[in-house]
Design a protein. Structure first.
Length: 341
């Protein structure tokens, strides 16, 4: 079985610097400890952070979305990590290049890099290829080293390199954060990828589940949500893993629901444990209702407001866990963003 998971952040983030996922890993914890994994399976995830000993940042920013490789050496990692996302350049080009070397040294295949855009492997007597790129704005580098916002012709050219594979997956960092549905142009783009020849489309970046659809007998999962991430807002703690079984004459696509617990780590849960508004039955119904851009982006804005309010509520609740200089930096950033707007 092939398992595709969503966003994986093995570091401390903006609102948990000093007590987040990365800090937990420095204490010897395994982020995948609750998973039932077999050596015969292939696991794929989006590595949304930086694993390096170097950063071009200073102060609190040097400790966010960064973890030293020695703390990941004790983890039984995924077989492959996608690196096409908007956090891998957060600590500069040198740290990004070191990260790729570190992940390979940990036994992981990488893809989504500008040089290594796809990966191909044999599984269940089939040749499988996974290609990754990001459609999100890059905030940390003017020249991202991962595959960034490709043109259609560029995607077609890259597809030709893997076109002889039996099963082809597009693994994409796209969409808008914190909203439970894609926008209309995104849906058209996804269907174009199927028309091009991809057998499965798997998206992430919104940090929460969105619906899936079956187009020309091919599945499009618009967002499978977080997998390892410390985000306190409830909607961001439910996600899924997409399962691909190639053992039959036709590929069998299924999914399992995931919940991120108080230890930040994912655990499989039954559908009865998932609130109705985070289940695919409801989320898929949203895909059938087209929304005009003006209405859609107003929804995005409202969801972002809810997310930020929850962040500040969580920040105040945990204020005693921060260093005093870190509190000053977080508040200063908040004020700066408000002035900038």
């Amino acid at each position: 079985m092939i398992y595709l998971a969503g966003d994986i952040n093995l570091t401390d983030g903006f609102f948990d610097t000093g007590f987040g996922v990365g800090t937990s890993l420095t204490k010897g914890n395994d982020p995948y400890m609750h998973l039932n994994r077999s050596d015969n399976d292939v696991w794929i995830g989006n590595f949304e952070g930086v694993c390096a000993n170097f950063s071009d940042k200073e102060g609190i920013y040097k400790r966010q979305f960064l973890i030293a490789p020695q703390y990941l050496a004790r983890v039984k990692h995924f077989d492959y990590y996608g690196v096409a996302n908007n956090h891998v350049m957060q600590h500069g080009k040198e740290a990004y290049r070191e990260m790729l070397q570190n992940l390979v040294g940990l036994g992981c295949g990488i893809f989504g890099d500008n040089i290594q855009r796809s990966v191909t492997f044999e599984h269940q007597s089939k040749k499988v290829s996974v290609l990754a790129f990001s459609e999100r704005p890059e905030n940390f580098s003017k020249e991202p080293l991962y595959w960034y916002c490709p043109e259609y012709l560029e995607i077609q050219k890259e597809y030709q390199k893997i076109s002889d594979s039996d099963f082809k997956i597009a693994y994409i960092h796209w969409g808008n954060e914190f909203i439970d549905r894609p926008y209309e142009e995104q849906k058209r783009f996804a269907r174009w990828l199927v028309d091009l020849g991809f057998d499965l489309i798997v998206g992430m970046h919104p940090h929460l589940l969105q619906g899936f659809e079956c187009y020309k007998d091919k599945y499009i999962f618009y967002s499978i949500g977080n997998f390892v991430f410390n985000m306190a807002w409830e909607p961001l703690r439910y996600s899924c893993v997409v399962n691909v079984d190639l053992g039959k004459s036709e590929p069998l696509i299924s999914y399992r629901y995931i919940h991120i617990g108080e230890d930040f780590f994912p655990k499989q849960v039954e559908i009865c444990q998932v609130p109705e508004k985070y289940r695919f039955e409801y989320l898929n119904s949203l895909l059938r209702d087209g929304v005009a851009n003006e209405i859609y982006y107003n929804m995005v804005f409202q969801r972002m407001k809810k997310y930020r309010r929850n962040n500040w509520k969580n920040f105040i609740g945990n204020i005693g866990r921060f260093k005093s200089q870190d509190i000053q930096a977080i508040v200063r950033d908040f004020v700066y963003r408000r002035i900038k707007k």
